[in-house]
Write a protein that binds this ligand. Sequence first.
Ligand code: SF4
Length: 402
Amino acid sequence: MELLADSALADREGVPRLRQPSPVGKHPLASVGIAAVRLPGGGCVNLMRVMQTNACSLSCGYCPTFRGGNVPRVSISPDETARTFMDVHRKGLASGLFLTSGVPGRASRATDRMLATLDLLRRREGFTGYVHIKLLPGAEPAQVEEAARLANRISVNLEAPGDGYVHRLTHDKNFSGDLLPKLEYAGRLLAARRGVPGTLPVSGATTQFVVGAAGEHDREILAVVDRLERRRLLHHAHFSAFQPVVGTPLENHPATPAARELRLYQAEHLLRQYGFALDELTFGRDGDLDLDRDPKSAWARAHPSFFPLEVTRASYEALVRVPGLGPTTARALVAARRTTVLRGREDLRAAGVAIARAAYYLTLRGRRLSDTAPAEQLRLFAPGGHLTQAPYRTPVPPCAYR
Ligand code: SF4
């Protein structure tokens, strides 16, 4: 259990990982991996994250538990998984479960074992809380249907934005013949269940891309994500900058800059929450986002005639395009100006505006709040370099728990 669960390492989105101190003393559950995860619509849930087995007969080039990987193989039964989770849950340590698995032999068998765990939780244990199941490559349509009945969230990892790219990562996964249709099917089933009385709350379908190991470009990744999100088959996507792991087929492939992962997350938010269209994002000739500039600032720089916006009149849709202003702040500004008089920077700051970034793009009662364009945005990474990382050791896939 320690090997399969405590390996849920730091969440790259910066959500704090809770390594619980031991209210259970020397109890073996003291070391179970638990992480705080944001829920759609707000709030956090403490998830116990478990790989039901790390045995695997597939050969993903980035994964330490691929079939040739030199890691101890362990497996826990559906009954053990369900009991362990309920023990953790009753002690108040976790209110939800994230369940994934390797694929030892037939995918349908491994999927059946995961579904058996969920069935035990729902029927024997009467657990009605949050469950996220990561469906395996090769899982069958009937298993997708069962997962959609038992889980709140389903993920199917696409890994890369097309057949050719997925093929470079592994010959064992099939983008257009398996992964993509399965994700779409899961998305459709969950959407159909939304709001139906007597069913579990639905959190939608998610996916993940291993970024940078297959030569794919950001535009291609975001095009796939955008198509799925516009059809409401995908709630959101995760991006995992590729990191070489010792002993894997891609051990000698260079690491992907962490900045690329961040820029993809930022761009996906613009598409999903800010009303941007894919064609509005600024890509380089190679089809990748600028690592040194966030995509919203890049758009603002490329559209000087759109600015400045008058805070007292601009629409929500326009305000949300201002660097330093997000949907919450734009809504707060629109609401505030109906009832109060916005007098200056302090009022805007109080509404949540990041003045240092936004002032250049705004006027208040005709006066521009700053004549100086903001300095290049917060440099979170060393210019150019971003990340150089030697292969590292880990007993689980670096991106197992998204
Ligand atoms: S990523 Fe999953 S399917 Fe691929 S080798 Fe690792 S455990 Fe197996």
